[in-house]
Design a protein around this ligand. Structure first.
Ligand code: SAM
Length: 237
C-alpha cells in the first residue's frame, strides 16, 4: 500500500531531522511489519499510518530536542516493546549504537526480524529484565544514554534505567505532558541512584502533549540497586 509521507518528512524537518529516501523506505517497511505482526501478537494499539507516524515515529525521534544524536554514542532502550523509541532512533540517526531490551521474548524475536529486514547495523535486541541486566557487568554503567517510554512510573523506572548509565551520562524518560508531580515524587529516587534532575522539556506533537524528563547521572549507583526483579515496582524508592 502507498503511504503519504509528506507530513512525516515535514514534521521531522521541523525537529531538524532530514530523512532521505532510504530512511523513509525503512520507516515504511517497519510500519508494514508492525501491522502484519500485530495481527498475531499484541504490539501496538495504534495502527493507522498517520497516527503511527505521530504517536510512535515522531514521538520517538523528538529526543533530538534534548540529546545530540548525530554522533556515535551508546544508547539503551529499556522496555522497547515493538521497538519504541529505539527502532525510529536507529533509522533516523544511523550513527548511534543502540541496545533494545525487553523482558518479553516474542517481542525481541520480532525486533530481530525488523533489524534483519531493514539491514540495520549497530543495533542489538536483547531479551532480559532491567533488574537482571542492570547488575550484569556487560551492561551496568556502560551507556551514554538510557531511554524509556511507557514502561513504569518514574521512580521505578529510574531504578531500572539509571544503573545502565555511565557517570556523566543521562537517563531520558518519555512521559505525557502533565508529569510534574510524577517527577517531583521521583526526586528522592534520582538521588538514591546517584543522579539528579537536569531538565524537563514539555511540548506538543500534533494534539498530543509530551515531555522529556532529563536526568543526569552524577555518581556511581550503589551496588544495592537495582533490587531483585519485581521490587522496583512493588516498593518504589
Ligand atoms: N516502549 C514501548 C512503547 O513505548 O511503545 C513499549 C511499551 S510497553 C507498554 C512496556 C514494555 O516494557 C513491554 O514490552 C514489557 O515487556 C517491557 N517491560 C516491562 N517491565 C520490564 C522490565 N522490568 N525489564 C524489561 N522490560 C520490561
Amino acid at each position: 500500500m502507498m503511504h503519504d509521507t509528506n507530513y512525516f518528512c515535514n514534521e521531522a524537518k521541523k525537529l531538524g531531522v532530514d530523512l532521505n529516501e532510504k530512511q523513509i523506505q525503512q520507516f515504511i517497511q517497519f510500519y508494514d511489519m508492525l501491522i502484519e505482526k500485530n495481527k498475531v501478537m499484541n504490539l501496538t494499539a495504534i495502527t493507522d499510518f498517520d497516527e503511527v507516524v505521530e504517536k510512535h515515529f515522531l514521538d520517538s525521534i523528538s529526543l533530538i530536542r534534548k540529546y545530540p544524536l548525530n554522533q556515535t554514542c551508546k544508547i539503551l532502550d529499556l522496555g522497547t516493546g515493538a521497538g519504541f523509541p529505539g527502532i525510529p532512533l536507529k533509522i533516523a540517526f544511523p550513527e548511534i549504537q543502540i541496545t533494545l531490551v525487553d523482558s518479553l521474548n516474542k517481542r525481541v524475536l520480532f525486533l530481530q526480524e525488523v533489524i534483519d529486514a531493514l539491514g540495520l547495523s549497530g543495533i542489538v535486541a536483547v531479551h532480559g529484565r532491567a533488574e537482571d541486566l542492570g547488575r550484569n557487568p556487560n551492561y551496568r554503567e556502560k551507556f551514554d544514554l538510557c531511554v524509556s517510554r511507557a514502561v513504569a512510573n518514574l521512580s521505578s523506572l529510574s531504578e531500572y534505567c539509571i544503573p545502565f548509565v555511565k557517570v556523566g551520562g543521562y537517563f531520558i524518560s518519555y512521559k505525557g505532558g502533565d508529569c510534574e508531580e510524577e517527577v517531583n515524587q521521583a526526586n528522592s529516587a534520582f538521588t538514591k541512584l546517584g543522579a539528579k534532575l537536569s531538565g524537563l522539556d514539555s511540548f506538543s506533537i500534533g494534539e498530543n502533549s509530551r515531555s522529556l524528563v532529563v536526568i543526569e547521572k552524577t555518581h556511581a549507583t550503589k551496588k544495592a540497586y537495582p533490587r531483585k526483579a519485581g521490587t522496583p515496582t512493588k516498593d518504589p524508592l
